[in-house]
Structure formats: structure tokens, C-alpha cells
Design a protein around this ligand. Structure first.
Ligand code: 3EB
Length: 326
């Protein structure tokens, strides 16, 4: 097993913010590591730092998540992979064509591409990965595409995470089929600290009922500068069981309780609030207003981006991921 890394105080976390500013304008700043465009078709943007994520934001205006680092960023493309790096930080993304057929093979290929690229960057340590796939709930039992994705992901990771353990992650369904499996990650020049949630079973220990290969992710990652927590996709799950049937507000409360437990487990100072940008995945568009109202009431200061998306378990109505900065 790996030992607990000591903090690398020279490695300040990237700033993360949501903005309606145009991608082209944002990318003029050479310290921008990545611009993630939600419901923003950045087709005209050839810059490898720009990735269109095929999820519709609550507001029709283009919404961008920006990662900004201290030093200048260099970037490039290599087949299905795009990347950007500074001295301390690395962004990489893969858009893997997905015919809608064999998602296991598709995930295996996407992860093989990503881990192959990362193997040539031994100075970098993966902190956080996002996965967005089509028709995540299609198929029954072990044939459900999310479960098949989990099998292909584990295969495609090969030995890359064997020593370090899994990074923090999100796996979410595109609301409409897009023909691509999308992965993107953030890596750093020092290892982070993996955090598990004492209220939840670690995902890699989920029992057989959730599929043949348990999901490969940590609940959160404390970034190497000890100044931010990257929070994995978090839902109304206690132990390994989904909670609160069709009760949207109860699922949201349970989710926030889980996220607060992660802040505690990671010994992160400060409460969820202005320094905690959150992405909120909402299964049913008719729930958007109620989700927004809940968050305005319970977390008025937290920057938020509401996205219409499918969640990996059919009974889950909502999932939240994001960041907490010290
Ligand atoms: C859960 O807690 C909800 O498969 O990468 C959350 C975060 C979830 C990441 C993944 C799945 C993943 O099990 C689902």
C-alpha cells in the first residue's frame, strides 16, 4: 500500500469557477488549463484546452467551468485525446466514439488511451476523473450499460491505479445520445490524498448485486497542496443502498449530508459555501426548479451549475459533484 503523501505546498490548486463568458475570451488567458463547456457547442474552438461536455445546463446561456493555474499552459492533441499542462497540473480528455453497442469495449479503449498517455507522464498523479456516457440505464441487471462501462473501465485502467488506488470520479449519463463516451481528468505533479466516506461503503467494495465489477473510484481527493477537496459524484446512498425512493428533497438532504461527511473525513476547514462550486445533475427536467429552490434555501452561497443528466442507479433523482476550497 502507498504511504500518506506529505502536502506539497508549492502546488496551489487550480482556481475553479463557472461563468457565462465566451470560451474564446476565456482561452485568451494563457493560465487557463481547461474550459469545460456545458450545453455550449464549442465546435469553432480548436484549442485543446476546450472540451464540450454534452450535458444541457439549466439556463440556455452557455455555461463554462474554468480551471486556471499559475503558470503558462502548453497543449496539444493526439488522436482521440486532447491535453493541456502547466508545471504542476495536467488536463486530459478522450472522446471515444460509441456506436451504442458494446460500451464495455468502448470504455476499455477510452481508458487504455488515457492510461497509455499518462504512463508517458510519470511525474503526474491523477486526482480526479469525470465520465459521461450515453444511455447509462439501458439494459437490465448485469446488461445495464453503466455496469458494462464499469467492467470496461477496470480493464482499460490496466495496472495504472494498482499502487496508488483509484482517483475521485463521476460517472453520469448524457440526457440524449451523443455517439461518444467522454472522459476527462485532472492530474497533479504530486499525489493527493484519497478520502472515503464513513457513511458509505467504498464503491470498490460494493456487493455483487450492483454488477460483476464494482465501480473504480474514491469518494474524494484532497489535492496535494492541501488547499482543496475534489468531491466525487455523490448521491443519496448510505452504506451501499440508495435512500429516499421518490422523495427529491430527502435525496438532496442525504446527498449534502454525505458531502459534509467527506469534508469532515478530509479534515477540510470551512463549511460548504462560497468556496464550494458544485455541479448538480438532475434526472428530470421538471425537477430543476425544485432542486434550485432547495439549494437557494440550504446553500445560498455555493456557486452551482445545474445539469440535466441521467444517474447511474435508476432510483436516484439527483447527484452532486464539485470542489471545496480552503
Ligand atoms: C455512487 O455513490 C453513485 O462509477 O465513477 C458516483 C461517483 C457514482 C462515481 C463512478 C459512480 C461513480 O455509487 C454513483
Amino acid at each position: 500500500m502507498s504511504s500518506i503523501p506529505s502536502p506539497d505546498n508549492r502546488l496551489a490548486a487550480p482556481a475553479v469557477f463557472y461563468t457565462a463568458q465566451a470560451a474564446q475570451t476565456l482561452l485568451e488567458d494563457s493560465r487557463v488549463l481547461a474550459v469545460l463547456g456545458f450545453s455550449s457547442p464549442m465546435r469553432a474552438v480548436a484549442d485543446p484546452r476546450a472540451l464540450t461536455v454534452h450535458l444541457r445546463a439549466q439556463h440556455a446561456t452557455a455555461r463554462h467551468e474554468v480551471w486556471q493555474v499559475d503558470g503558462p499552459v502548453r497543449s496539444g492533441r493526439d488522436g482521440a485525446l486532447q491535453w493541456a499542462e502547466s508545471d504542476g497540473w495536467l488536463f486530459a480528455a478522450v472522446n471515444q466514439p460509441d456506436s451504442g453497442g458494446d460500451i464495455t469495449a468502448c470504455a476499455r479503449q477510452a481508458y487504455a488511451t488515457l492510461t497509455g498517455f499518462l504512463a508517458d507522464k510519470p511525474g503526474f498523479h491523477v486526482q480526479r476523473i469525470w465520465n459521461y456516457l450515453d444511455r447509462i440505464n439501458l439494459g437490465d441487471g448485469d446488461h445495464e450499460r453503466y455496469r458494462q462501462f464499469c467492467s470496461g473501465r477496470r480493464d482499460g485502467m490496466q495496472h495504472y491505479f494498482e499502487d496508488s488506488g483509484f482517483p475521485a470520479a463521476t460517472a453520469i449519463g448524457h440526457a440524449e445520445p451523443t455517439g461518444v463516451l467522454q472522459l476527462y481528468c485532472l492530474a497533479a505533479a504530486s499525489p493527493g490524498l484519497r478520502i472515503e466516506n464513513p457513511r458509505q461503503l467504498s464503491a470498490w467494495h460494493y456487493p455483487r448485486q450492483y454488477g460483476p465489477v464494482s465501480p473504480s473510484f474514491a469518494r474524494a481527493m484532497r489535492l496535494p497542496g492541501d488547499d482543496a477537496l475534489a468531491i466525487s459524484g455523490t448521491a443519496a446512498i448510505q452504506g451501499h443502498s440508495s435512500r429516499h425512493g421518490n422523495d427529491l428533497d430527502a435525496q438532496l438532504s442525504e446527498t449534502l449530508t454525505n458531502i459534509r461527511a467527506l469534508l469532515d473525513a478530509g479534515a477540510m476547514p470551512g463549511a460548504l459555501g462560497a468556496n464550494s462550486p458544485l455541479k448538480v445533475y438532475v434526472r428530470h427536467s421538471e425537477h430543476m426548479a425544485a432542486v434550485d429552490a432547495f439549494l437557494v434555501h440550504h446553500l445560498p452561497d455555493a456557486p452551482r451549475l445545474l445539469l440535466q443528466a441521467d444517474i447511474c442507479r435508476r432510483e436516484l433523482l439527483v447527484e452532486i459533484d464539485g470542489w471545496h476550497f480552503v
